[in-house]
Design a protein around this ligand. Structure first.
Ligand code: PLP
Length: 481
């Protein structure tokens, strides 16, 4: 066991050498077991934060740890130039659990968002290329048609716009586009003029024949900190210092279908949202809203990107929260509990999008899908099945909610509870939620906060009733500090 000065020394060294982008609590965790963490001074903490909704299986799961050790002994990394066993296994399990078609593994949630945005724009780009080819064909055939006494075009050649044709046209369009840009990429000399014309192609006027590129995102959303992900994060505070961000993003109000409809234009290629907004204050989507957005996307041929990075992987009582709404996205993002502590994320495409979007050369990452990360993902899926994690969350949710509702009932400064499954928020009024989080740490309890002075509870998915009772005891003690 370490002494007090050791933890002080570690904190000092961290502040000296690690960029100060986080205001960390003065705690140095050393190990974990089940749903408890232990700091270097030997103090134990009940963990209702799970490393920000990551450690679903709890700490020290022997089977999980052994699978990682075995993979380390076999091979950690190979690169995406080759196939690997765990990639195939993890890909199959995630594709099946999501009900979608094809998976791309990333190293974080943010990167999953980046890939999802690129896939959506590429899909729209190919759709536009196919439309242009169809128009060009019509122009070509028009004189022939009049020469043939106006016999309908469909009599002269196969129907152009069948689904199969659209896919093959899209692929051809992609090949043409690849051929056009590859010399510049090969020589690394994409000059300013090319870059400017690429930019113009992306942000032109409504009638210039450019592809749809606009993304509608939600106010109070959170999708990550890289430039693309930040651009669709509806929080001006995070964005302010980094402008100009990615163009073509419009914001609408979550749970307000009319506000989303008001942002749709003939340039909209995708709508992105979380099924349960996490950082934004733990707001679950209303069923009519999510189903309405899906219907809107179907009607206008807009892709729906659902971010399940925080609320997915069993946290709300189904593999993915959107499944409880009967809503299937075109693209889904996933991370956090996907690797249960091993840094991995993914975006998953429906077959429709996978067939007509990203192709070799469009997207990549050195680490993404590596054998180590994918061994973790594969084992997470196995253990979720074996331990009936999703069913456990369903069974324990009513008790969890009752205990939290009782707190809201008992304390005037707790004004509401909202959430789904093991992703719950309590609205705090009249005192900073940060003070409660700090006091809770003092009492050996890890809880989180979210936007809007909300106390956020996202425990490991293996908690039991007695853990909930203990959490309530420690939390109540923290209210009086
Ligand atoms: N999307 C959501 C809904 C998140 O909650 C987060 C992280 O909190 C992200 C994206 C970004 O994920 P990461 O921090 O793994 O990059």
């Amino acid at each position: 066991m370490a002494n007090q000065s050791e933890s002080g020394h570690i904190m000092e060294k961290t502040e000296q050498y690690v960029l100060h982008t986080y205001n960390r609590f003065p705690v140095v965790f050393e190990k974990g077991e089940g749903v408890y963490l232990t700091d270097v001074d030997g103090k134990q903490y009940l963990d209702f934060g799970a490393g920000i909704a990551v450690f679903a299986l709890g700490y020290g799961n022997e089977e999980f740890n052994n699978a990682l050790k075995e993979q380390i002994d076999k091979i950690i990394h190979t690169s995406n130039l080759f196939y690997n066993v765990s990639l195939a296994e993890a890909g199959e399990k995630l594709a099946k659990a999501s009900g979608l078609g094809k998976v791309f593994f990333t190293n974080s949630g943010t990167e999953a968002i980046e890939g999802a945005l690129k896939a959506a724009r590429k899909y729209a780009y190919l759709k536009e290329q196919a439309r242009k080819s169809a128009t060009a064909m019509e122009t070509l055939y028009a004189p022939l048609r009049s020469a043939l006494n106006d016999r309908p075009l469909d009599d002269q050649r196969p129907r152009f716009a069948s689904a199969a044709d659209r896919v093959s046209d899209a692929k051809n369009a992609s090949r043409f586009a690849d051929a056009a840009v590859s010399p510049a990429i090969d020589t690394g000399k994409l000059d300013n003029a090319s870059a400017a014309s690429a930019q113009a192609g992306c942000a032109g006027d409504a009638d210039d024949g450019a592809a749809a590129y606009e993304i509608i995102a939600m106010n109070h959303s959170f999708h990550g900190r890289s430039v693309g992900a930040l651009s669709v994060t509806g929080n001006p505070h995070y964005q302010e210092a980094f402008k100009p961000l990615m163009g073509g993003v419009r914001f609408a109000d979550f749970n307000d279908l009319e506000s989303v409809k008001a942002q749709v234009s003939d340039r909209t290629c995708a709508i992105i949202l979380e099924t349960v907004q996490g950082e934004g204050g733990v707001y679950p989507a209303e069923p009519e809203f999510l189903q309405g957005v899906r219907a809107l996307c179907d009607e206008k041929d807009i892709l729906l990107i659902i971010d399940e990075i925080q609320c997915g992987m069993g946290r709300t009582g189904s593999w993915f929260a959107c499944q409880q709404y009967g809503v299937q996205p075109d693209i889904m993002t996933c991370a956090k509990a996907l690797g249960c502590g091993v840094p991995v994320g993914a975006f998953v495409l429906s077959e429709k999008v996978a067939e007509a979007s990203l192709v070799p050369g469009d997207h990549g990452t050195t680490y993404g899908g590596n054998p180590f990360a994918c061994a973790a993902v594969s084992k997470v899926f196995d253990l979720f099945e074996k331990l009936h994690i999703v069913e456990h969350v369903q069974a324990l949710t009513p008790y969890f909610e009752q205990q939290l509702d009782a707190l809201v009932e008992k304390y005037d400064f707790l004004t509401a509870r909202r959430g789904k499954g093991f992703m719950q928020g309590i609205v705090v009024e009249g005192r900073p939620v940060g003070d409660i989080v700090k006091a809770a740490l003092g009492n050996g309890l890890v809880v989180l906060s979210a936007e809007g002075n909300v106390l956020r509870l996202v425990p490991p998915l293996v908690i039991e009733k007695e853990d909930i009772d203990e959490m309530v005891r420690r939390l109540e003690k923290s209210f009086s500090m």
